[in-house]
Design a protein around this ligand. Structure first.
Ligand code: BES
Ligand code: ZN
Ligand code: ZN
Length: 501
């Protein structure tokens, strides 16, 4: 798919379909008014008789019957003017792109939405159009042919030629983010017999090669040397060798400091000996979504080149039951020396993250951001629209919330109450890996907090947001690629710009 920016008049665009827009409860304005005029007032009449309402997500198709070079006009509803934001633009673009693909459109021309009278920055809107369109059109086609033929070209048409450079910048960043988010989606959608820890390491190698990143792949003997008993413990039940992957981006030669992104990389979570029910177990191929987001974010950061140093750390292993598997009651020793009593082998994410976070602290990385499909309890608490955010540092949390807002990813803060730590106390070890029945997302986060020392840290529980059961806006069924946008925006905001700015 090619995305281009061109100066000109959208009414004259040579395409299968041209896309204009309409606010709910308003008359056509700007480019929409120009198209309306060329269609002898067809849009106005449809608005008047209630055929087009302008509701967010509404896509109305009008056949031009030779009145314009394009075969069709799509009028995309933007919803109420005061409610329009960048994430709505992404959703609208995803929606009309999928509609037009179903109608066999190969070439689309669109305006940037909300940029003129909508009050949205044109560069940001162009970025959102690219992100929404391409992510909305995403499909995982590794094992069967996609249902519809791909759209080959999207042209963003702008009337004012002097706006082109800023639109190009938006398109540049949008493309990089889409590529990274699609990589994360691909990795999460890939079945676990293909997306093994070794395959994740291989992909990390490809990312490092392309982006000139530093890379380390540690295997079980390295883990033994480093004292990573918790990660090794989880990996024991599987025939797949575990990998601890690190990717390092050096964007600031003048500094030794680096921030750390840590992502849970359980390539399949059966629960281990504390085995999960078979219903929905297949979904646990996606238990490496945090790791995929970290790897993909680093691939985008390598292209955007902000002035900052970033290290990504991904502990990757399967969690399976077998004769050599970890058992309830076993005691493991993490890299930071803490002993852990394993009361439930299905609470394995916090075990592998205990070692990954200890490693990050030992490397002196700060601040730390971890992403993990960690608890079903977080889904019970927040549903599937919000990731849980836990932090020991208010300033960092504010930065991450801002970054997530720009990326269109929703986070909701949950507390880390001192008094709940009681639940993680073990009779025979420093800590145990489950709390009691209530507040499971919180006790899991408190467990992770035992391995970050005093480092400013944020934990994002993405169990509910990493995949979607329905198609909506720029989200399609399956993996969402959540986290990539937040991590990239965070790196950009902590640094000084990037190549697209
Ligand atoms: N990977 C799961 C969490 C999960 C559940 C992710 C549903 C996505 C969708 C995690 O390893 C797990 O099994 N957690 C247990 C913890 C419990 C045993 C304390 C859970 O949430 O049930
Ligand atoms: Zn589990
Ligand atoms: Zn898990």
């Amino acid at each position: 798919m090619e995305i281009k920016v061109r100066a000109g008049d959208i009414t004259q665009a040579e395409a299968d379909a041209i896309v204009v827009n309409l606010f709910e409860g308003e008359q056509p304005g700007g480019a929409t008014a120009a198209v309306d005029k060329a269609l002898d007032g067809a849009i106005t009449r449809l608005v008047e008789n209630g055929g087009i309402k302008g509701k967010s997500g509404e896509v109305s198709i009008i056949h031009t019957l030779g009145k314009l070079p394009a075969r069709m006009v799509a009028v995309a509803g933007l919803g109420k003017r005061q409610d329009l934001d960048l994430d709505k633009v992404r959703g609208v673009a995803g929606g009309y792109c999928r509609s037009l693909r179903k109608l066999n459109c190969h070439r689309i021309a669109t305006i940037v939405h909300g940029a003129g009278i909508g009050g949205i920055d044109a560069e940001a809107s162009a970025e959102a159009v690219v992100e929404g369109s391409l992510l909305g059109l995403y499909s995982f086609a590794n094992y069967k042919k996609p249902e519809y033929e791909d759209i080959a070209e999207i042209v963003i048409v702008e009337r004012e030629g002097d706006k082109l450079p800023s639109l190009e910048r938006g398109v540049c960043k949008g493309k990089i983010l889409v590529e990274a988010t699609s990589l994360a989606r691909d990795m999460v959608n890939e079945p676990a017999n293909h997306m093994t820890p070794s395959r994740m390491a291989e992909i990390a190698g490809e990312i490092a090669g392309k982006g000139k990143l530093g890379i380390n792949i540690f295997d079980s003997s390295d883990m033994e040397t480093m004292g990573m008993g918790a990660l090794l413990g989880v990996s024991k039940g599987s025939n797949q060798t575990p990998k601890l992957i690190t990717l390092s981006y050096k964007g600031d030669e003048s500094s030794e400091r680096a921030i750390g992104f840590i992502g849970k990389g359980i390539t399949f979570d059966s629960g281990g000996i504390s085995i999960k029910p078979s219903k929905d177990m297949a979904e646990m191929k996606g238990d490496m979504a945090g790791g995929a987001a970290v790897m993909s974010a680093l691939s985008a950061i390598a292209q955007l080149r902000p002035k900052i140093n970033v290290v990504g750390i991904i502990p990757a292993t399967e969690n399976l039951p077998s004769g050599s598997a970890l058992k309830p009651g076993d005691v493991l020793k993490a890299m930071n020396g803490k002993t852990i009593e394993v009361m439930n082998t299905d609470a394995e994410g916090r075990l592998i993250l205990a070692d990954a976070l200890s490693y990050a602290v030992k490397q002196g990385l700060s601040p730390l951001i971890d992403l993990a499909t960690l608890t079903g309890a977080c889904i019970v608490a927040l549903g599937t629209g919000y990731s849980g955010a836990f932090s020991n540092d208010q300033k960092l949390l504010d930065k991450v919330l801002e970054a997530a807002g720009r990326a269109g990813e929703k986070l909701w803060r949950l507390p880390l109450p001192e008094e709940y730590k009681e639940q993680n106390k073990s009779e025979i070890a420093d800590i145990k890996n489950i709390g009691n029945r209530h507040g499971g997302a919180i006790t899991a986060a408190l467990f992770l907090g035992e391995f970050v020392d005093k480092t400013p840290w944020i934990h994002l529980d993405i169990a509910g947001t990493a995949s979607s059961s329905k198609e909506s806006g720029y989200v399609v069924k399956g993996a969402t690629g959540v986290g990539v946008g937040t991590l990239v925006e965070l790196a950009l905001s902590l640094a000084e710009g990037g190549i697209c700015t």
